[in-house]
Design a protein around this ligand. Structure first.
Ligand code: SF4
Length: 709
């Protein structure tokens, strides 16, 4: 029996796994005790990974050879790799010639490895000549990115997992960490066991399992987070709990923010948030008087039409109290997807460039052009996720190349997404699984490798880069994502820019990674001191790790210097904005969305295992019992949930975890048939409204009506 070290592909905790296999089949998976993220632990999803990679399941669910659909709606036909890649290159080149580079959109994934991401990004920005590449990380972390950059000057989570053990107050806000980041939550429980004086505040409209464990649960009104943070800052100032010395020495812009939060009196904040004034005071005292306060946050802040403002307003609290750059303190975003961080590092989004460079910065564009050996990188920002599919629905985007993600289930406003996939002239779906909703729309299906077969790197929430190793050869004729992208790029370059063929002459993921490493030289995430060999010998490492360093940096900004032009962090004077779609008489309920404990995203992998349905096995809509009684609906009966965009039919479940007037639907379920009635996933209902700065859509809230079927 052989053993291979790798990482779990499910979430941004980035747990290390050891895969036991016989080189033909994965036999078991266990947590890697030497991996600093999980120290041997795995959650239910990670510990069942091997069961999702059995030969029987692979035969049923994997895409094992290239396939072409000669007509929309017809069964796809197999073809060889050469023919498939030439077809891809021919069609893309033709659309490029006829409509220009802006007619092609590439939509990738936070589940790609860093090397995959790098090649896709270079293909679009260095070869096609547009910035129309975006990723499902736009649905995950783009507000966190924008929030960090607006305040701290760089997209760099300043903390480490070891800070959980040093914190005295932990503020978990917009995160059901117990279910979404389970292994990290276990570490937090360990921390409180070791230090019973550690206090937890949880801000969440729902009384989640995380909130159950809190010393103080702030069940705020959905969307009122900025009001809460401004109100807390008002109280911190009132009670003398800010740090004027830190503010004066290390920050800028406090006076304007101070004026803004003057209006957020406890009474006004209580009115906006629905919280009690005494709870607001308690939270402010715990936050400000603690020797070390750590905020942990996730999609409750990010998936919002004011996502950047929410992130920035939370970071304001840390700057005002000097709760940053010391053990146990700081704003710490929990990354949703396993490698959303790696994608950000290579600049694989419509508004970013390699190594945290900004597309809007001419010097940064020139640096990337020089690195790639091209005359220029286009300046015009690309279309972000929601915009890209809207543009395809409107006929402006003619070709969509979708890799390792399932937008026909996961993007909001599915009616528009499905129109986009139908209207696009050419849809490539590069996927490991043949069973995704998006695969049904593909003109060309390119089989990709997946967990257990891939080799490269990922970065987790604490800036830690890990090697991911292949235990098995690719299933069927599948190829690695970076390899497929590079091969299409070479063929495409032959057709549109022959001098650029050599830009994609990669033979190994390490070659790709070394090029990425060089792009980080002198940047905030400089990893020029790191190598694949060092990762093998010393294990996962945190960035930055510049040339000459022997270990990465555990904590950022300990010297009070920030990566801004004047070295000071910037307070963000952000307004509190209401939800994009408030409830009204026609749509009186507020829909909340979130994760289940044992499922991952659209369930293409976890949904194959019966045992992962043991915790929650039925698509349902959770409704407060008082609302169910008012509707005359009994537990288990069917309810139709309608928004302005669509409707779904789900089994009713009474739950006091939300306030009356709120309903909850898990994000994972796709189209189902219940009692003979077709029922769509939650994204038939969700809104495409997005944060104007981060462009992250408000997946967490929509106004809905509910009625018995
Ligand atoms: Fe995988 Fe996340 Fe669970 Fe760790 S916590 S085992 S990374 S799903």
């Amino acid at each position: 029996m052989a053993e291979t070290r790798s990482t779990c592909p499910y979430c941004g905790v980035g747990c290390g796994v050891i895969i036991e296999h016989d080189e033909r089949q994965i036999i078991s998976v266990r947590g890697d005790e030497q991996h600093p993220a999980n120290l041997g632990r795995l959650c239910t999803k990670g510990s069942t990974l091997h069961l999702t990679a059995t030969p029987a399941l692979t035969r049923q669910t994997r895409l094992l050879q290239p396939m072409q659909r000669l007509q929309r709606g017809a069964a796809p036909q197999p073809l060889g790799w050469d023919a498939a890649l030439d077809h891809a290159a021919d069609r893309l080149a033709a659309i490029h010639a006829q409509h220009g580079p802006d007619a092609i959109g590439v939509y990738v994934s936070g589940q790609l490895l860093t090397e995959d991401y790098y090649v896709f990004n270079k293909l679009v920005k260095g070869l096609l000549g547009s910035n129309h590449i975006d990723t499902n990380s736009r649905l995950c972390m783009s507000s966190a990115v924008a929030g960090y950059k607006a305040t701290l000057g760089a997209d760099a989570p300043p903390c480490s997992y070891e800070d959980l053990a040093h914190a005295q107050t932990v503020f978990i806000t917009g995160s059901n960490m117990a279910w979404a980041h389970p292994v990290l939550f276990r570490r937090l429980e360990d921390a409180r066991r070791a230090n019973p004086a550690q206090r937890w505040i949880v801000a969440d409209p729902r009384r989640t399992e995380t909130a159950d464990a809190a010393d103080l649960h702030l069940a705020l009104r959905p969307g009122s987070d900025v009001a809460l943070y401004h109100g807390l800052l008002h109280l911190l100032l009132q009670e003398g709990l800010t740090r004027p010395d830190y503010i004066a020495a290390h920050t800028a812009g406090f006076d304007a923010l101070k004026q803004r939060v003057a209006a957020f009196t406890p009474e006004h904040t209580a009115e906006l948030t629905g919280l009690r004034i005494e709870d607001l005071r308690t939270a402010a005292r715990w936050f400000g008087s603690s020797p070390a306060t750590l905020s942990l946050y996730c999609q409750g802040l990010n998936q919002s039409s004011s996502g950047t403002a929410k992130n920035a307003a939370l970071i304001n609290l840390h700057l005002a109290c000097g709760q940053i750059g010391k053990p146990g303190a700081g704003p710490f975003s929990l990354t949703g997807q396993p490698n959303a961080m790696g994608g950000r590092e290579v600049g694989g989004l419509a508004n970013l460039l390699s190594a945290h460079r900004d597309l809007a910065n001419p010097a940064h564009r020139a640096e990337v052009a020089a690195l790639w050996g091209v005359p220029e990188v286009p300046a015009r920002p690309g279309l972000t996720a929601v915009e890209m599919f809207q543009a395809a629905a409107d006929g402006q985007i003619k070709a969509l190349w979708i890799a390792c993600t399932n937008p026909a289930q996961s993007l909001p406003d599915q009616a528009t997404v499905q129109r986009a996939l139908q209207r696009a002239e050419f849809v490539i779906v590069q996927e490991a699984f043949s069973t995704t909703a998006t695969a049904a729309f593909a003109d060309l299906l390119l089989p990709a490798t997946t967990w257990g077969e891939k080799d490269g790197t990922v970065t987790n929430s604490e800036r830690r880069i890990s090697r991911t190793h292949a235990a098995l050869p690719p299933a069927g004729a599948a190829r690695h994502d970076w390899d497929i992208a590079a091969d299409v790029a070479r063929r495409l370059a032959t057709r549109i820019a022959p001098e650029r063929v050599a830009m994609f002459d990669y033979r190994t993921p390490e070659q790709v990674w070394c090029e990425h490493r060089e792009s980080t030289r002198g940047r905030d995430l400089d990893i020029t001191g790191l190598s694949y060999a060092m990762l093998e010998a010393q294990g996962p490492q945190q960035w930055p790790l510049p040339e000459g360093a022997t270990v990465g940096r555990v904590r950022l900004y300990e010297d009070g210097m920030f990566p801004t032009p004047d070295g000071r962090a910037q307070f963000a004077d952000v307004a509190f904005m209401p939800l994009a779609e408030p409830c009204d008489d026609a749509y009186p309920f507020g829909l909340l969305t979130g994760r289940l404990r044992d499922q991952w995203h659209g369930m293409s992998r976890t949904g194959q295992l019966g045992r992962l349905f043991g915790h929650d096995g039925l698509p349902s809509v959770e409704v407060h019992p008082a609302d169910l009684a008012r509707l005359g609906v009994a537990e288990g009966e069917l309810l139709r949930v309608r928004s302005r965009r669509g409707n779904v039919v789900l089994s009713a479940r009474g739950s006091e975890r939300m306030a009356p007037g709120q309903v909850f639907i898990a994000m994972h379920w796709g189209g189902e048939v219940l009692g003979g009635v077709a029922a769509g996933g939650v994204n038939a209902l969700t809104s495409p409204a997005f944060c104007p700065r981060s462009k992250q859509p408000e997946l967490k809230h929509a106004a809905v009506a509910i009625e018995p079927v």
